[in-house]
Design a protein. Sequence first.
Length: 196
Amino acid sequence: MSDNKHKNEETPKAQQESSVEEPEVMDILDENEDVEAEELDENARLQNELDEARAEVEKEKREYLFLMAEFDNYRKRVTKEKADLLKNAGERVLLGLLPIVDDFERGLAAAEADTSAEAVRQGMELIYNKLMKYLESQGVKPMESNGATFDADYFEAIATIPAPSEDLKGKVIDTTQKGYMLNDKVLRHAKVAVGE
């Protein structure tokens, strides 16, 4: 009986211990569930951030491809316009020269009928003046070279000759080919003889 009593005493104690352990296990299980729930929430948040980042990258990629295509179209259009401009830029100049060619043809026809040298000279002078006026309207101006101080930026020295006077040393004495400026830029250097 004492064994039974001892067993009976142990049983409530075992029950008491198991009832004490049970809440601890439940707490641990609850904590594990909380940790798992937090991990699931963190994973869901990270997945959302990843999806948003992927969507942003796709959007940026589409915009980049669109800009690249737009720039390529712009580059092609500008290249075509530039080629057309270069191709047709001479057209305006040539169109302006055609009336002068017409005048030359009329002058040649008149020179055949009239053998007077004075009439031919006057016709040539009129045509020359018309051509110079047209060139001036296009921004082309002849350089003044005789008597000017030699400057390699504007003149090309093809000869040096003894200066007739001391004040002509280093100056242009003779021009063999006239130079021209186009809008303050040298179009053609004047070929000159310089005094030494």
